[in-house]
Design a protein around this ligand. Structure first.
Ligand code: ZN
Length: 69
């Protein structure tokens, strides 16, 4: 259990660090500010919609934050 908890903690710290970096840079964590989500490329290709669902394609942290409250 101790190991499990420390992994959880490590993941949380990593996540928070990433969020802090993205917030400082002002870019969307889902697409790294590109405005589209590469991981969902095939899925979105079918609908001709490349916009990142997290930030609606703006690539801005503020938009992502609003959409993920
Ligand atoms: Zn995005």
């Amino acid at each position: 259990m101790g190991l499990f908890l420390s992994i959880q903690e490590w993941k949380m710290n990593r996540y928070e660090k990433r969020m802090a970096t993205m917030e400082a840079k002002g870019i969307c964590p889902d697409c790294n500010g590109r405005g589209m989500n590469i991981l969902s490329f095939n899925e979105y290709y079918l609908t001709n919609d490349f916009d990142c669902p997290g930030c609606n394609g703006s690539g801005l942290y503020t938009d992502w934050h609003e959409n993920n409250q």
